[in-house]
Design a protein around this ligand. Structure first.
Ligand SMILES: Nc1ncnc2c1ncn2[C@@H]1O[C@H](COP(=O)(O)OP(=O)(O)O)[C@@H](O)[C@H]1O
Ligand SMILES: [Mg+2]
Length: 305
């Protein structure tokens, strides 16, 4: 199916709208198990932070339909403050395709509605940490909003955490990504994103280069764990072993980044942060969902379409 729809494995491929409708029909025809789950890297991270006890607000686009309502109410039920924003259009759907190796590949489509992000983002001005979900940079209007937000005055010492989220963000929104990279104080990415940003560089080179620019962060390495670094120290942590096959890897990076931000919020040591981040990641590997379960969660089983 990935080949037929020219979807690049492990990446996020944006399909023309009619092609995405065909994809939905194809999924339905295979009889594969499909379900609607609320997602989005930033929203997944907010769900995790609420669970970890770090108060959190979200600025994200919520479309005017049942999926938009589901996305919003899922966050609100977790105690996440939704700081914006609604728009007049369908809520975005992403097809999360799980291959036999339990890795995830995304396909999405652009509904063409322009997002106006800046007014809502201004509500984040007093936050001590602002995380930027790279997928926003792929959206019409949202990249401009992020750009404008980062150019406005903010409290001294506010941490900006950049989470590219996918290699396609770094390639398809290269200029916007470069700008965020220039302004961020923390960068949390997986090894594919690190390779895209610093071609041919070893992990040590990447860490040295970022440290020289005053950037701390982490490079996650799938089953090999993760490398965390700040101004002085670099620390490798192995992945957690579940002692059984994982369900799928969807959301592992978001979970790890959430633990990282929780550590930042609490001024924890690199070692303590690494442990919490790895625990969050290992919990999500055991789940079909991309964020921690809500106790009374009910999933619809209708295929996307
Ligand atoms: N197959 C796996 N086995 C064990 N741990 C994993 C596996 N895949 C991911 N993890 C854990 O999740 C973290 C983030 O995963 P990674 O694959 O690097 O990010 P992403 O989800 O962005 O691709 C890793 O640092 C590791 O702790
Ligand atoms: Mg992975």
């Amino acid at each position: 199916m990935l080949e037929r729809f020219a979807i690049r494995k492990l990446h996020c491929t944006t399909l023309p709208l009619p092609r995405s409708v065909e994809l939905a029909a194809t999924i339905e025809a295979t009889g594969a198990e499909a379900r609607f789950l609320p997602g989005g890297c930033g929203a997944n991270m907010a769900a995790w932070l609420a669970k970890l006890g770090t108060p959190v607000s979200v600025v994200a686009p919520f479309g005017r339909d049942a999926n938009g309502d589901l996305a919003r109410s899922d966050l609100e039920r977790r105690g996440v403050r939704v700081a914006g924003f609604d728009y007049d259009g369908p809520h975005s759907l992403i097809y999360t395709l799980i291959t036999e190796d339990r890795e995830r590949t995304f396909a999405d489509y652009c509904h063409g509605v322009r997002y106006d992000l800046l007014d809502s983002a201004r509500a984040l001005k007093r936050e001590s940490i602002v995380a930027i979900d790279g997928y926003l940079l792929l959206r019409l209007g949202a990249a401009d909003g992020v750009h404008a937000y980062l150019r406005e005055e903010r409290p001294i010492g506010q941490h900006i955490v950049f989470c590219p989220g996918d290699v396609s963000v770094l390639t398809d929104a290269a200029d916007a990504s470069a700008f965020v990279l220039e302004r961020c104080s923390h960068l949390v990415m997986n090894r594919n994103e690190a390779a895209a940003l610093f071609p041919g560089g070893s992990d040590a080179d990447v860490v040295a280069g970022l440290r020289a620019r005053g950037i701390a962060g982490a490079i996650t390495q799938g089953e090999d764990g993760a490398l965390l670094f700040d101004g002085e120290d670099t620390l490798h942590i192995g992945s957690a072993h579940l002692g059984r096959p994982i369900v799928n890897t969807n959301g592992a990076g978001d979970a790890f980044t959430s633990g990282y931000m929780h550590g930042l919020d609490r001024s924890l040591s690199l070692a303590e942060t690494a442990r919490i981040a790895t625990d969050c990641a290992s919990e999500i590997l055991d789940s079909k969902a991309a964020r921690p379960a809500l106790s009374s969660e009910v999933f619809t089983t209708a295929p996307a379409g």
